[in-house]
Design a protein around this ligand. Structure first.
Ligand code: CP
Ligand code: NVA
Length: 301
Protein backbone atom coordinates (compact mmCIF):
# COMPACT_ATOMS: atom_id res chain seq x y z
CA UNK A 1 0.00 0.00 0.00
CA UNK A 2 1.19 3.55 -0.71
CA UNK A 3 2.42 5.75 2.18
CA UNK A 4 -0.11 8.55 1.69
CA UNK A 5 -3.87 8.93 1.27
CA UNK A 6 -4.01 11.56 -1.46
CA UNK A 7 -6.25 10.08 -4.13
CA UNK A 8 -8.49 7.01 -4.32
CA UNK A 9 -6.80 6.39 -7.67
CA UNK A 10 -3.69 5.32 -5.71
CA UNK A 11 -5.52 2.36 -4.11
CA UNK A 12 -6.89 -0.93 -5.41
CA UNK A 13 -10.58 -1.78 -5.12
CA UNK A 14 -9.69 -4.31 -2.40
CA UNK A 15 -7.79 -1.67 -0.41
CA UNK A 16 -10.71 0.77 -0.67
CA UNK A 17 -13.19 -1.89 0.48
CA UNK A 18 -10.81 -2.76 3.37
CA UNK A 19 -10.96 0.90 4.49
CA UNK A 20 -14.78 0.72 4.36
CA UNK A 21 -14.93 -2.53 6.32
CA UNK A 22 -12.56 -1.20 8.97
CA UNK A 23 -14.64 1.99 9.11
CA UNK A 24 -17.74 -0.11 9.89
CA UNK A 25 -15.82 -2.05 12.55
CA UNK A 26 -14.59 1.16 14.19
CA UNK A 27 -18.10 2.64 14.00
CA UNK A 28 -19.46 -0.33 15.97
CA UNK A 29 -16.60 -0.14 18.47
CA UNK A 30 -17.13 3.58 19.00
CA UNK A 31 -20.89 3.16 19.45
CA UNK A 32 -20.31 0.34 21.98
CA UNK A 33 -17.55 2.35 23.66
CA UNK A 34 -15.13 -0.54 23.06
CA UNK A 35 -11.60 0.91 23.37
CA UNK A 36 -9.56 0.85 20.15
CA UNK A 37 -6.43 2.85 20.98
CA UNK A 38 -4.63 1.82 17.79
CA UNK A 39 -2.63 5.08 17.63
CA UNK A 40 -1.74 5.39 21.34
CA UNK A 41 0.77 8.23 21.83
CA UNK A 42 0.74 9.32 18.19
CA UNK A 43 0.10 12.82 16.84
CA UNK A 44 -1.49 14.16 13.67
CA UNK A 45 -0.68 17.64 12.32
CA UNK A 46 -3.75 19.21 10.70
CA UNK A 47 -3.00 21.89 8.10
CA UNK A 48 -5.94 24.04 6.98
CA UNK A 49 -5.78 26.69 4.27
CA UNK A 50 -9.58 26.67 3.99
CA UNK A 51 -12.48 26.65 6.51
CA UNK A 52 -13.93 23.41 7.91
CA UNK A 53 -16.40 22.04 10.43
CA UNK A 54 -16.64 18.30 9.69
CA UNK A 55 -13.04 17.63 8.66
CA UNK A 56 -11.50 19.52 11.55
CA UNK A 57 -13.71 18.00 14.24
CA UNK A 58 -13.63 14.44 12.89
CA UNK A 59 -9.84 14.25 12.44
CA UNK A 60 -9.26 15.73 15.91
CA UNK A 61 -11.90 13.55 17.56
CA UNK A 62 -10.77 10.51 15.58
CA UNK A 63 -7.18 10.86 16.79
CA UNK A 64 -8.41 11.26 20.38
CA UNK A 65 -10.56 8.11 20.13
CA UNK A 66 -7.61 6.19 18.66
CA UNK A 67 -5.52 7.12 21.70
CA UNK A 68 -3.54 9.91 20.04
CA UNK A 69 -3.70 13.67 19.70
CA UNK A 70 -3.75 16.33 16.99
CA UNK A 71 -2.34 19.80 16.47
CA UNK A 72 -4.07 22.44 14.35
CA UNK A 73 -2.15 24.64 11.91
CA UNK A 74 -4.17 27.30 10.11
CA UNK A 75 -1.85 28.73 7.50
CA UNK A 76 -1.21 29.61 3.88
CA UNK A 77 1.29 27.06 2.64
CA UNK A 78 4.42 28.49 1.08
CA UNK A 79 3.91 31.98 2.55
CA UNK A 80 6.22 31.79 5.60
CA UNK A 81 8.45 28.93 4.49
CA UNK A 82 8.54 26.53 1.59
CA UNK A 83 6.21 23.51 1.43
CA UNK A 84 9.17 21.05 1.48
CA UNK A 85 10.52 22.75 4.63
CA UNK A 86 7.11 22.51 6.33
CA UNK A 87 7.11 18.79 5.49
CA UNK A 88 10.71 18.28 6.69
CA UNK A 89 9.90 19.97 10.02
CA UNK A 90 6.63 18.16 10.69
CA UNK A 91 8.22 14.80 9.86
CA UNK A 92 10.54 15.23 12.88
CA UNK A 93 7.64 15.70 15.33
CA UNK A 94 4.42 14.04 14.28
CA UNK A 95 3.26 10.64 12.98
CA UNK A 96 0.95 11.90 10.25
CA UNK A 97 -0.02 15.07 8.39
CA UNK A 98 -3.51 15.97 7.22
CA UNK A 99 -3.80 18.85 4.76
CA UNK A 100 -6.65 20.86 3.26
CA UNK A 101 -5.22 23.12 0.58
CA UNK A 102 -6.16 25.09 -2.51
CA UNK A 103 -3.48 23.68 -4.84
CA UNK A 104 -3.49 19.89 -5.17
CA UNK A 105 0.24 20.07 -5.94
CA UNK A 106 0.90 21.36 -2.40
CA UNK A 107 -0.43 18.13 -0.89
CA UNK A 108 1.64 16.13 -3.38
CA UNK A 109 4.73 18.14 -2.40
CA UNK A 110 4.07 17.65 1.33
CA UNK A 111 3.87 13.90 0.70
CA UNK A 112 7.08 13.93 -1.31
CA UNK A 113 9.11 15.62 1.44
CA UNK A 114 7.48 14.10 4.53
CA UNK A 115 8.44 10.58 5.55
CA UNK A 116 5.20 10.24 7.57
CA UNK A 117 1.81 9.61 5.88
CA UNK A 118 0.06 12.63 4.35
CA UNK A 119 -3.74 12.59 4.14
CA UNK A 120 -5.62 14.76 1.64
CA UNK A 121 -8.46 16.48 3.48
CA UNK A 122 -9.67 18.33 0.34
CA UNK A 123 -7.90 20.16 -2.43
CA UNK A 124 -9.32 22.09 -5.37
CA UNK A 125 -9.04 18.81 -7.32
CA UNK A 126 -10.06 15.99 -4.93
CA UNK A 127 -11.82 15.13 -1.66
CA UNK A 128 -11.15 11.38 -1.12
CA UNK A 129 -11.99 11.26 2.63
CA UNK A 130 -15.49 12.50 1.82
CA UNK A 131 -16.11 9.71 -0.66
CA UNK A 132 -15.04 6.99 1.78
CA UNK A 133 -17.58 8.34 4.28
CA UNK A 134 -20.23 8.64 1.55
CA UNK A 135 -19.64 5.11 0.30
CA UNK A 136 -19.83 3.80 3.85
CA UNK A 137 -23.23 5.52 4.24
CA UNK A 138 -24.48 4.24 0.89
CA UNK A 139 -23.42 0.66 1.75
CA UNK A 140 -25.03 0.99 5.21
CA UNK A 141 -28.33 1.91 3.49
CA UNK A 142 -28.20 -0.15 0.27
CA UNK A 143 -25.93 -3.10 1.10
CA UNK A 144 -22.23 -3.71 0.47
CA UNK A 145 -22.68 -4.51 -3.23
CA UNK A 146 -23.18 -1.20 -5.07
CA UNK A 147 -22.89 -2.71 -8.55
CA UNK A 148 -26.59 -2.21 -9.25
CA UNK A 149 -26.77 1.18 -7.56
CA UNK A 150 -27.05 4.34 -9.66
CA UNK A 151 -25.72 7.49 -8.00
CA UNK A 152 -26.71 10.73 -9.76
CA UNK A 153 -24.41 13.59 -8.76
CA UNK A 154 -26.33 16.75 -9.64
CA UNK A 155 -24.23 19.91 -9.70
CA UNK A 156 -20.65 20.98 -10.29
CA UNK A 157 -18.05 18.64 -11.79
CA UNK A 158 -15.83 19.48 -8.82
CA UNK A 159 -13.40 17.94 -6.31
CA UNK A 160 -16.13 15.78 -4.71
CA UNK A 161 -17.29 14.42 -8.08
CA UNK A 162 -13.69 13.77 -9.17
CA UNK A 163 -13.10 11.58 -6.12
CA UNK A 164 -16.39 9.78 -6.77
CA UNK A 165 -15.11 9.04 -10.30
CA UNK A 166 -11.92 7.62 -8.77
CA UNK A 167 -14.03 5.44 -6.48
CA UNK A 168 -16.14 4.20 -9.41
CA UNK A 169 -12.91 3.32 -11.24
CA UNK A 170 -12.10 0.79 -8.52
CA UNK A 171 -15.35 -0.31 -6.86
CA UNK A 172 -18.40 -1.31 -8.96
CA UNK A 173 -21.10 1.42 -8.90
CA UNK A 174 -22.92 3.43 -11.59
CA UNK A 175 -22.11 7.12 -11.42
CA UNK A 176 -23.74 9.90 -13.46
CA UNK A 177 -22.80 13.56 -13.23
CA UNK A 178 -25.64 15.90 -14.17
CA UNK A 179 -24.15 19.38 -14.64
CA UNK A 180 -24.77 22.57 -16.60
CA UNK A 181 -22.71 23.15 -19.73
CA UNK A 182 -19.44 24.82 -18.85
CA UNK A 183 -19.23 23.10 -15.45
CA UNK A 184 -18.01 19.73 -16.68
CA UNK A 185 -15.45 17.79 -14.63
CA UNK A 186 -11.83 17.23 -15.66
CA UNK A 187 -12.65 14.92 -18.60
CA UNK A 188 -9.12 13.48 -18.69
CA UNK A 189 -9.64 12.28 -15.11
CA UNK A 190 -13.07 10.88 -16.06
CA UNK A 191 -11.66 9.08 -19.15
CA UNK A 192 -8.91 7.56 -17.03
CA UNK A 193 -11.46 6.39 -14.43
CA UNK A 194 -13.64 4.84 -17.14
CA UNK A 195 -10.77 2.60 -18.29
CA UNK A 196 -10.99 0.44 -15.16
CA UNK A 197 -14.59 1.07 -14.04
CA UNK A 198 -16.71 -2.07 -13.64
CA UNK A 199 -19.87 0.05 -13.64
CA UNK A 200 -20.60 3.17 -15.66
CA UNK A 201 -19.34 6.75 -15.34
CA UNK A 202 -21.51 9.17 -17.35
CA UNK A 203 -21.64 12.92 -17.75
CA UNK A 204 -24.81 14.61 -19.00
CA UNK A 205 -26.38 18.08 -19.03
CA UNK A 206 -29.89 16.58 -19.16
CA UNK A 207 -31.44 16.58 -15.68
CA UNK A 208 -34.35 14.27 -16.52
CA UNK A 209 -32.21 11.61 -18.23
CA UNK A 210 -29.43 11.89 -15.64
CA UNK A 211 -31.63 11.46 -12.59
CA UNK A 212 -33.91 8.80 -14.09
CA UNK A 213 -33.65 5.50 -12.19
CA UNK A 214 -31.26 6.93 -9.59
CA UNK A 215 -31.02 5.11 -6.26
CA UNK A 216 -29.35 8.14 -4.73
CA UNK A 217 -29.18 11.80 -5.69
CA UNK A 218 -26.09 13.69 -4.50
CA UNK A 219 -25.38 17.38 -4.63
CA UNK A 220 -22.72 19.82 -3.42
CA UNK A 221 -22.42 23.61 -3.23
CA UNK A 222 -22.47 25.42 -6.57
CA UNK A 223 -19.49 27.60 -5.64
CA UNK A 224 -16.71 25.72 -3.84
CA UNK A 225 -14.28 27.29 -1.40
CA UNK A 226 -12.14 29.70 -3.41
CA UNK A 227 -14.89 30.30 -6.02
CA UNK A 228 -16.95 32.72 -3.89
CA UNK A 229 -16.53 35.53 -6.48
CA UNK A 230 -18.42 33.39 -9.02
CA UNK A 231 -21.42 32.88 -6.72
CA UNK A 232 -23.87 35.09 -8.65
CA UNK A 233 -23.08 33.68 -12.10
CA UNK A 234 -23.12 30.13 -10.72
CA UNK A 235 -26.52 30.66 -9.04
CA UNK A 236 -27.82 31.53 -12.52
CA UNK A 237 -26.09 28.67 -14.33
CA UNK A 238 -27.14 25.99 -11.83
CA UNK A 239 -30.74 27.16 -11.17
CA UNK A 240 -32.30 24.33 -13.20
CA UNK A 241 -30.14 21.82 -11.30
CA UNK A 242 -31.53 22.52 -7.82
CA UNK A 243 -32.35 19.30 -5.94
CA UNK A 244 -35.97 19.91 -4.93
CA UNK A 245 -39.05 17.70 -4.59
CA UNK A 246 -39.74 17.83 -8.35
CA UNK A 247 -36.20 16.66 -9.16
CA UNK A 248 -36.29 13.90 -6.52
CA UNK A 249 -39.59 12.70 -8.06
CA UNK A 250 -37.66 11.93 -11.29
CA UNK A 251 -35.41 9.46 -9.42
CA UNK A 252 -36.53 6.09 -7.99
CA UNK A 253 -39.39 6.45 -5.52
CA UNK A 254 -37.15 5.33 -2.63
CA UNK A 255 -34.08 7.31 -3.75
CA UNK A 256 -31.77 8.59 -1.04
CA UNK A 257 -30.54 12.19 -0.87
CA UNK A 258 -26.84 12.84 -0.22
CA UNK A 259 -24.73 15.98 0.32
CA UNK A 260 -21.16 16.34 1.57
CA UNK A 261 -22.14 19.53 3.48
CA UNK A 262 -22.06 22.39 4.20
CA UNK A 263 -25.37 22.85 2.37
CA UNK A 264 -26.60 26.15 1.02
CA UNK A 265 -30.28 25.56 1.70
CA UNK A 266 -32.47 27.20 -0.93
CA UNK A 267 -29.66 27.06 -3.55
CA UNK A 268 -28.46 23.58 -4.53
CA UNK A 269 -31.02 21.88 -2.24
CA UNK A 270 -34.34 22.82 -0.69
CA UNK A 271 -35.21 22.40 2.99
CA UNK A 272 -37.91 19.91 1.99
CA UNK A 273 -35.30 17.53 0.50
CA UNK A 274 -32.57 18.14 3.12
CA UNK A 275 -35.00 17.43 5.93
CA UNK A 276 -36.89 14.57 4.25
CA UNK A 277 -36.69 10.93 5.41
CA UNK A 278 -34.71 10.22 2.21
CA UNK A 279 -31.85 12.41 3.40
CA UNK A 280 -28.78 10.59 4.76
CA UNK A 281 -26.57 13.68 4.93
CA UNK A 282 -25.88 13.39 8.65
CA UNK A 283 -24.98 9.70 8.29
CA UNK A 284 -22.41 10.83 5.73
CA UNK A 285 -21.17 13.49 8.14
CA UNK A 286 -20.97 10.98 11.02
CA UNK A 287 -19.03 8.57 8.84
CA UNK A 288 -16.31 11.14 8.21
CA UNK A 289 -15.20 10.21 11.74
CA UNK A 290 -15.21 6.45 11.21
CA UNK A 291 -13.82 6.44 7.65
CA UNK A 292 -10.91 8.74 8.53
CA UNK A 293 -10.15 6.70 11.64
CA UNK A 294 -9.87 3.70 9.32
CA UNK A 295 -7.45 5.59 7.06
CA UNK A 296 -5.33 6.85 9.98
CA UNK A 297 -5.34 3.47 11.76
CA UNK A 298 -4.19 1.79 8.53
CA UNK A 299 -1.50 4.29 7.48
CA UNK A 300 -0.18 5.53 10.84
CA UNK A 301 -0.10 2.42 13.03
N1 CP B 1 -17.68 17.98 3.94
C1 CP B 1 -16.65 18.62 4.48
O1 CP B 1 -15.49 18.41 4.13
O2 CP B 1 -17.00 19.51 5.46
P1 CP B 1 -16.07 20.65 6.07
O3 CP B 1 -15.71 21.58 4.94
O4 CP B 1 -16.90 21.32 7.13
O5 CP B 1 -14.85 20.02 6.64
N1 NVA C 1 -16.82 21.28 -3.24
C1 NVA C 1 -16.84 21.82 -1.92
C2 NVA C 1 -16.79 20.72 -0.91
C3 NVA C 1 -16.88 21.18 0.52
C4 NVA C 1 -16.74 20.06 1.50
C5 NVA C 1 -15.66 22.77 -1.75
O1 NVA C 1 -14.57 22.46 -2.25
O2 NVA C 1 -15.83 23.82 -1.16
Amino acid sequence: MVKDFISLADFSGEEIVAFLELADELKTKQRNRTPHRILEGKTLAMIFEKPSLRTRVTFHTGMFQLGGDSVLIETTLGARESVPDVARNLTRWVDGIMARTFRHTDVLELAEYATVPVINALTDLLHPCQILADAQALRNHRGADLSNVKLAFVGDGNNVFHSWAHFAAKVPVNLTLVCPEGYDPDMELVEEARKTAAGTIEVTHDVVAGVKGADAVYTDVWASMGQEKETVERERAFAAYQVNDALMAKAKSDALFMHCLPAHRGSEVTDSVMDSPASIVFDQAENRLHAQKAVMATLMK
